[in-house]
Design a protein around this ligand. Structure first.
Ligand SMILES: *Cc1c(COP(=O)(O)O)cnc(C)c1O
Length: 376
């Protein structure tokens, strides 16, 4: 019987269990130990993030960012509507009003040209999401932030090892959040990281990370006792998770190369057919790079998409649509006062993601391409 091609398959680089065993044998398996420091230093050196703190998820990293941005009841935060709930959730919990921006026409990212008209005296932060690991137009966003004194928090959950005009994503905003959830390029099951680029946030970030205590500072010998000094939570992951993550990071290049190769195969194999049918493939703006996180198609309408998903499913290939616009979600729709977001709704109705993971074989890819291009 023919095997199902799943939508995603978490890739194990090889040393995960070995490093976990090392962590366990060292006798220190709570957080902020040997592997946590190794992972954080790796990111700081490779991507020029000023300070990195591992977290238990990207959602947690965004939660830390929302505390650092000092979000209060009544503040406004601008985010794209076409994103995962986690982009909005931490800000909502602190009482912010979410102002949803539309996506670009050619790309699910937030349309930077539509942000300025949404800014009011209450706006505190902008949270751009680099969808599929493709950069938002960060110069425009950072200029607005400067002009209106706003904090930019990059939701870089999907954006590891990707770039904007040569600058690593996650190094541009004041704060950035990454995910190592098993569906992302580099994984630790659940996991995430806060990158801090604006130095004024570093000390407080460490305190929030360590349950509101100045414990990190104590362990560096900077103070002689530690205590409760601020708000916070238990945001740091255990060494077991960091050990797993380290095995992945050691293989970052190998993983990225393979994923990007798979992405290219899809693009080349589908382009002609897609053009003929007016179906769109990912467009990478000239300021952005790709990181092989995701391959998607944008159909002309919801029927065409359902047909494609069903056809693939009949042939044991799993494909999935993506976000339902947050502004029309059951949780937010009654509170939403803004305009219709045409592009966000279009991606909600028409975008479909096809399998992209490390272990996808040449045969799998060819079979998927053949199945798609045989649809007339
Ligand atoms: C995956 C994802 C998240 C959430 O990441 P977790 O690590 O699961 O909390 C947030 N935002 C975006 C855009 C994502 O893709």
């Amino acid at each position: 019987m023919e095997q199902i091609i799943p939508f995603n398959k978490p890739f194990l680089a090889g040393n995960e269990i070995g490093y976990i065993q090392e962590a366990v044998q060292s006798g220190n398996i709570s957080g902020n130990g040997f592997f946590t420091k190794k992972c954080q230093a790796f990111f700081e050196e490779k991507y020029n993030f000023k300070k990195c703190l591992l977290t238990t998820s990207c959602t947690d990293a965004l939660e830390m960012a929302s505390i650092l941005a000092d979000i209060k009841e009544g503040d406004e935060v601008i985010i794209p509507s076409y994103t995962f709930v986690s982009t909005a959730l931490p800000f909502v919990r602190l009482g912010a009003k979410i102002i949803f921006a539309d996506s670009e026409e050619n790309n699910p990212n937030i349309d930077a040209d539509k942000i300025e008209s949404l800014i009011t005296s209450k706006t505190k932060a902008i949270v751009p999401v680099h969808y599929a690991g493709v950069a938002c137009d960060m110069d425009k966003i950072m200029n607005l932030a400067k002009k209106y004194n706003l904090i930019v928090i990059e939701d870089a959950a999907q954006a590891i090892d990707s770039f904007y005009k040569g600058k690593p994503l996650g190094s541009i905003g004041h704060l950035s959040a990454f995910s190592f959830h098993e569906t992302k390029n580099i994984i630790s099951g659940e996991g995430g990281m806060l990158a801090i680029n604006d130095e004024r946030f570093i000390d407080r970030a460490e305190i929030i990370w360590e349950k509101g205590t100045n414990r990190a500072s104590f362990f560096r010998g900077e103070i002689n006792k530690y205590g409760w000094v601020d708000t916070g939570s238990s945001f740091l992951p255990s060494e077991i998770i960091a050990a797993f993550l380290w095995a992945q990071l050691e293989n970052l290049k190998k993983i990225q190369d393979k994923r990007k190769e798979n992405w290219e195969k899809y693009y080349n194999g589908l382009k002609e057919w897609a053009d003929k049918k007016n179906i769109r493939l990912p467009e990478i703006p000239n300021y952005a790079s790709k990181n092989g996180h995701m391959f998607y198609l944008v159909c002309n309408n919801i029927e065409e998409r359902s047909n494609l998903i069903n056809k693939l499913k009949e042939n044991k290939i799993m494909s999935v649509f993506h976000y339902l616009s947050l502004h029309s979600s059951p949780f937010y729709t009654d509170r939403y006062e803004g305009e219709i977001l045409i592009n966000s709704d279009k991606y909600s109705n028409c975008l479909v993601r096809i399998p992209l993971f490390y272990e996808l074989t040449e045969n799998d890819i060819n079979k998927i391409i053949l199945n798609i291009t045989s649809i007339d």
